[in-house]
Design a binder for this molecule. Sequence first.
Ligand code: 5GP
Length: 206
Amino acid sequence: MNAGSLFVVSAPSGAGKTTLVKLLLERDPVVKHSVSYTTRAPRPGEQHGREYHFIDIPAFVAMRDRGDFLEWAEVHGNFYGTSRRWLQAQMEAGHDMLLEIDWQGAQQVRQIFPGVVGIFVMPPSLAELERRLRGRGQDSEETIQRRVAAALGEMRHVGEFDFVIINDDLQEALADLCAAVRASRQRFACQAARHPEVFRFLNAQQ
Ligand code: 5GP
């Protein structure tokens, strides 16, 4: 049995998932972030091996066909995948692992690890999400509408997740996310794997 818990965090873009996860990782050093593979180009400030492993399409397809990915999906025209071997090694070492992936990936992970904890980050309203997706007002209306439609597609899967964090006030949302992570660790299967000594007497002959 793995001693580590597995968390999947999904959200539409504009919900503030990446900021919340970054703050969670600073507060909770037990949780480790899985670094995905992607075919999208790095954004300014992103580093190979830190935010993502940036690879080209043939390399991604070769990994996928070898079965190297625990899950993979095409999101906004790019491929993304989670390394199976790396994740399993981390979990066997007792780390709590967090995957920041989309709903398609979350569905695949649920099939493989029924004990996975799904956390979905929601914006407080559609109007607020649209405001955030409009950003600095530099994008065309068509681009914004495409982003809103993609966000709606992601949010339609919110009911498949165990916890929903509504990100209106950032500090409150962070406290809720930390609470969800902490509560998940107290489930029997996690406690039994992490602290077998606490339960050993129950199996002893009386
Ligand atoms: P971005 O390119 O903005 O970093 O991420 C775009 C979307 O891809 C986000 O919804 C993000 O959660 C998702 N994503 C990132 N890595 C993975 C992955 O390894 N697998 C899956 N299925 N989705 C991912």
